[in-house]
Design a binder for this molecule. Structure first.
Ligand code: GDP
Ligand code: IMO
Ligand code: MG
Length: 425
């Protein structure tokens, strides 16, 4: 039975939250498998408007089990704040929310270390979300991580903290000249989190296995986007976990039925790093203002630009999407002329691939093709055939460039503002 993954195909913020909330209606389980509270997934549904950072976007359905998977870096304080915020808006039932005992925790020293590192980088800073993501994933692979399951065994947790914080404090004091953190304080703080969250920490792999055996539909909720992947993205201007990796859910590839790549109908990026179609002009400003392109996590203005067909094809190539989901098509309603980037120009040569070297990518000039706009609101349209001909022409060109069919087209933030093209499960 279907395991469906929803993967950001650009630089994040493609609309994953909306799509997962929509498709989770038929899912028995939704798993967040990467990233952390650097993610900001906006959902507009019959219960209100929400921005989720850690809680999987299936939480609005009473039948859906929500799992924070082993591939996430989890800030427990942020999770508790998010749960309290949801409760204040009437979303009360967290009995189906589980945390994998293998999930690495974001610790106070990760937040501090990231601040110090970004400051030390000065003008070369990555422009992170400041959530401690990089240091937490670094410690995970360096084997200095502290995991959610450790909280269930306070004696072991204390030993682990003593060992790890000895090392972390040496770095904080000696390399950055900052003050050491108190092991006692961190221990007490995490024991308090444990009081509220321990009952949610489980060996979730057993739950996933059971769901697979029962043939229940499972959705994997991606965070960030492919072009922020540490391998495939614009390294080192990227995040620190793979936005594509099913490893973070504990599900083997044999179970994967659909892999949907979410593409915004144009491009955005928050933070630093190359983005060939970045529009630093009034058209970029118009896109940002119409679309309200401000970070859901940090509130920073997002850089906006035309759809990048080279990056999109590359994204499909490294993911192997079984279909595309195109979001925010309605944002283009008032543009008389639309541009799509079909190739890059560099040193007088035209290239159609996405360079690994960011010093090359930074010098790439987009080669644009111009398409006519449709100049009419499309937010109320629910059938593909009713879209204006120029909107369909735009979608066809996006499909050609990506190399996969658009199975869903989103024309507004709410659940119902969606056009389906055939069965997506
Ligand atoms: P995510 O991180 O991929 O979940 O995306 P964000 O939530 O950060 O940003 C996407 C924004 O677009 C949110 O404000 C959504 O409510 C909104 N959104 C999603 N799909 C559409 C759409 O088709 N049209 C419009 N106008 N807004 C959309
Ligand atoms: P969602 O899931 C957009 C960006 C940051 C920065 C870089 C590294 O909402 O699509 P990090 O804090 O991860 O170390 O920052 O990655 N970034 C995102 N950009 N959407 C996101 O998540 C992002 N998560 C991280 O802006 O450039
Ligand atoms: Mg977002």
């Amino acid at each position: 039975m279907p395991v469906i993954s929803v993967i950001g195909a650009q630089w994040g913020d493609e609309g994953k939250g909306k799509i997962v909330d929509l498709l989770a209606e038929k899912a028995m389980m939704v798993i967040r498998f990467s990233g952390g509270d650097n993610a900001g997934h906006t959902i507009v549904n019959n219960q209100g408007k929400f921005v989720l950072h850690l809680v999987p976007s299936g939480i609005f359905y009473p039948h859906t089990t929500c799992i924070i998977g082993n591939g996430v870096a989890l800030n427990l304080a942020a999770l508790l704040r998010e749960m309290d915020d949801l409760k204040s808006k009437g979303v009360n039932d967290f009995s189906r929310l589980y945390i994998s005992d293998r999930t690495n925790l974001i610790m106070p020293y990760h937040l501090l270390q990231e601040q110090l590192e970004e400051k030390a980088l000065g003008p070369k800073a990555i422009g992170t979300t400041g959530k401690g993501i990089g240091p937490a994933f670094t410690d995970k692979v360096a084997r200095y991580g502290v995991r959610a399951g450790d909280l269930l065994n306070p004696h072991y947790f204390r030993q682990r903290l003593n060992q790890v914080m000895e090392l972390k404090n040496r770095i904080i004091v000696k390399a950055y000249g900052a003050d050491a953190l108190s092991v006692d304080k961190v221990y007490d703080e995490f024991m308090r989190y444990g009081e509220r969250l321990n009952s949610h920490i489980k060996d979730t792999l057993m739950m996933v296995d059971e769901a697979l055996k029962k043939d229940e539909p499972i959705m994997l909720e991606g965070a960030q986007g492919t072009l922020l992947d540490p391998d495939f993205g614009t390294y080192p201007f990227c995040t620190s976990s793979s936005p594509m990796g099913i490893v973070g859910a504990g599900i083997g590839p044999i179970h994967m039925k659909r892999v949907y790549g979410i593409f915004k109908a144009y491009c955005t990026r928050v933070g630093n790093g190359p983005m060939p179609t970045d529009l630093k002009d009034s058209t970029g400003d118009k896109l940002r203002e119409i679309a309200g392109e401000y970070g859901a996590t940090t509130g920073r203005p997002r850089r906006c630009g035309w759809f990048d067909g080279v990056a999109a094809r590359y994204s499909n190539r490294v993911n192997g999407f079984t279909g595309a989901i195109v979001t925010r098509l309605d944002i283009l309603d008032t543009f008389p002329k639309l541009k799509i980037c079909t190739a890059y120009k560099i040193d007088g040569k035209t290239i159609e691939y996405f360079p690994a070297d960011i010093s090359v990518l930074e010098r790439c000039e987009p080669v644009y093709e111009e398409l006519p706009g449709w100049m009419t609101p499309i937010g109320d349209i629910r059938e593909y055939s009713r879209l204006p001909i120029n909107a369909r022409r735009y979608i066809r060109r996006v499909e050609e460039l990506c190399g996969c069919r658009a199975k869903i087209i989103s024309v507004g933030a709410s659940r119902e503002q969606t056009i389906f093209r055939g069965d997506i499960y």
